[in-house]
Write a protein that binds this ligand. Structure first.
Ligand code: NI
Length: 420
């Protein structure tokens, strides 16, 4: 009660008011939305699911067993399930109440072509395949939310749980396939959300950034065609190794001299191959580049500069350049309102110190970016443990402490977005 509240002189009125306030306090709900406590009882079940998927990793567009496991769980909990969306994708739909709003939550399901060296009792049983990016965990977390939403149905509207194949392929991945298969026409979503674990930050911590958050990633292969010959007679050859070496240096000028210093970009030359013998000038040299950027303008200008440098450079030495420029996933851009909403939900759930705003940009790429080109939404990062191996490492493992936390987060986010 405020200190300015009038004193009640009449003891009878005071007693009535007191009894009314006691009754109101008793009838008021003790909580409105999902808390961390509410999903704790599903820990064992989610851990079993996660470790089962971890033992049976499936590569991009081959997630047959994983997709069937997801679909059968969803059906068991009362979802309307659509299989085969964009290949091996699955969408589970649940409606409650009379609300007209709808929301999509996405998890990726595919593994990587890596030989696991974690030594864990539930390590991959399939040679050369491994869940080294935690997509087994993302899938289990979203199933945890599916279970919780189905048993409480504490929302009014439609939720579409999107289980996506093939995030790891770099270009032509599962997000594009699902969109081409009419994802948002068949399953309309007012907004869409996704999540990725993040080693190096404590488990149970959520990180957010509005605007460009993850990089566009393009891959370039440049072949320099020269003229092979004897090492002792260089004047009768066109040495592609000299051209390649010079081009390596020239490509460093793309970011240094062509990109606004306020922007962020990367040009990495990851491979350079030429020649077989010390006394032979080879015919050709080949290099492969990874090009990353956070704005469409920077992306386009880097492509133009790289093409021009390669062609003119080769010409200057009398050689020729062949360029394969493959545009991978675009910049991932989180919309402002949905990012702030997602951050608020995390703050309510885990407290302000574990809901980090303005997390630094990440130079990795994500095909959830395609969903965000078509719908507002937010891609969230969730700490996987401070001292855990990095993503795509042969000793990586998803942190099971995140299973019920992540499930509670998605549940609460849906309940808040589709508040009755
Ligand atoms: Ni990943």
């Amino acid at each position: 009660m405020s200190e300015h509240a009038p004193e009640i002189d009449d003891p009878e009125v005071g007693a009535i008011l007191q009894s009314v306030s006691v009754r109101l306090a008793k009838s008021a709900p003790t909580r409105s939305y999902c808390t961390l406590h509410d999903t704790l009882d599903s820990r064992d079940e989610l851990q079993d699911i996660r470790r089962h998927i971890h033992q049976h990793p499936e590569l991009a567009f081959s997630e047959v067993h994983t997709a069937e496991l997801v679909a059968s769980k969803l059906e068991g909990w009362g979802y309307t399930v659509t299989r085969g969306v964009g290949g091996t994708g699955v969408v589970g739909t649940l409606r409650a109440g009379t609300g007209l709003r709808s929301i999509g939550i996405r998890a990726d399901m595919d593994a990587l072509p890596i030989q696991e060296r974690s030594g864990l009792p539930y390590a991959s049983m399939h040679e050369g395949k491994m869940h080294a990016c935690g997509h087994d965990g993302h899938t289990a977390v979203l199933l945890g939310a599916a279970r919780q939403l189905a048993r409480t149905r504490h929302f009014s509207g439609t939720v579409h749980l999107i289980f996506q194949p093939a995030e790891e392929v770099g270009a032509g991945g599962g997000a594009e396939r699902m969109l081409a298969d009419g994802l948002f026409e068949r399953f309309p979503c007012d907004a869409v959300f996704g999540l990725h674990n993040h080693p190096g930050v404590e488990a149970g911590t959520f990180m957010f950034r509005s605007g460009p958050f993850m990089a566009a990633c393009d891959t370039v292969a440049i072949t320099i065609r020269g003229k092979g010959g004897h090492a002792a007679r260089p004047h009768q050859s066109i040495d592609p190794i000299l051209v390649a070496g010079s081009l390596v240096m020239a490509l460093q000028s793309v970011v240094a001299r062509s990109v606004d210093p306020n922007e962020t970009a990367v040009v990495t030359i990851g491979t350079l191959h030429a020649g077989h013998a010390p006394n032979v000038i080879p015919d050709s040299a080949r290099m492969e580049l990874s090009v990353r950027s956070f704005s469409p303008d920077v992306r386009a200008s880097m492509e133009a500069r790289i093409r021009k440098l390669a062609v003119s450079h080769a010409e200057g030495y009398g050689a020729a350049a062949e360029i394969e420029y493959v545009r991978g996933y675009p910049v991932l851009v989180n919309s402002e309102a949905e990012t702030e909403f997602a951050r608020q939900v995390a703050e309510e759930l885990v407290g302000p110190e574990r809901a980090i705003a303005n997390f630094p940009r990440i130079a990795g790429s994500e095909d959830f970016a395609y969903f965000l080109q078509q719908r507002p939404g937010c891609f969230v990062r969730m700490g996987n443990g401070a001292n855990q191996p990095l993503l795509h490492n042969a000793r990586y493992d998803f942190n099971d402490d995140n299973l019920t936390v992540g499930a509670a987060y998605w549940t609460r986010l849906v309940e808040r977005y589709l508040a009755a």
